[in-house]
Design a protein around this ligand. Sequence first.
Ligand SMILES: [Fe+2]
Length: 394
Amino acid sequence: MPYYQKLGEMPRKHHIWFSRNGQGPTYKNEGIAYEHVITTEGFNEAYSIMYHLRPPTRVRNVKLLKCEELKKVTDSPLRHHHLKTANIRRKGDLYTGRVPILFNQDVVAYRARPEKAYDKFEYYKNGGADEIIFVFRGGGTLESIFGKQKYRAEDYIVIPRGITYKLVPDKVEEEDYLILESVGPVRIPQRYLNKEGQIKMGSPYSERDLHGPTELNTTDTEGDTEILVKDGPRWTVVTMAHHPFDVVGWDGYVYPFTFNAQDFEPITGTVHQPPPIHQTFEIRGYVVCTFAPRMLDTHPEAVKIPWVHDNVEADEVLFYVRGNFGSRRGIEPASITLHPRGIPHGPHPGTIMASRSATRTEELAVMFDTQHTLELTEQAVALDDDKYPQSWLE
Ligand SMILES: [Fe+2]
């Protein structure tokens, strides 16, 4: 979780009367705001406390919309995959248009190229997972119960579970995302934090690079509001008796935040540095890394691209954003490669020599490495280049 933030009004201590003294409308003239705690991992880890105009428990109706279990493709051998996802047909809205690509018990990776901002349901909440939305293309405003905040291309938008939100894109026809639905909470890697919980100097980013909501969007409206709530495979329509964005203040460590990949400070050496230097987030069962534009290794005899490696305990996925990826051939923006355990991978033929005179790389890629085996969906197999496993032959 990021760091302590607060916005709006709140009482001077936890769990005391928050009398609004007749300022602004309040629910049934009780004259108070209603406290609401949002936690992670029970009550032991990060939390925020917000204050509502009306009790957030005023549910009028719940209705099961659908249940969609992910299906793995079972007849694929263990092999490397190259999925070309740039031209997936646009479909659905920002919530329902997500195409599942890879999954295991800890994470589901989706590509999303929505056709419209929302179809029937304007408001959405993931009740079962934290979401990391990487904005491949697009930009706009994230509106949530915590307030409003801008997002832009190459942002990671991290939305903890349980937070009702809507995305308001500037131009929906440009929106294009990679989404990682995380069963465990999304955290700043522990080794980047000092004993006080501050991000250490020398880490690839600091608190100033993480951006939370900038203004409240307190909405005081009685009347039914439908929220599309996803938990795992189940989609439920929850009808609230009032508008959910009725928060007048909040503080804590849990809130949606953005981090732009261009703010990732690369760590380089005289020879090639291993992938942990690119780590961005730590999640149960997997890590997210950012391969940002950077100076290449400066030793006069340095091999400036990665060594061949076996990921003996991990499946490795790269989502290529832009630039020329020095160690690969045939890769384009929005390509996804999956290099599983059991088969080594490394530079394509010719790329070692070609990198010899290079001093910089402009590549930008998002990597996620999972502890448990990733399964491919049918939608992923349809995008697969079946010649890729032999692409290391001269
Ligand atoms: Fe690798």
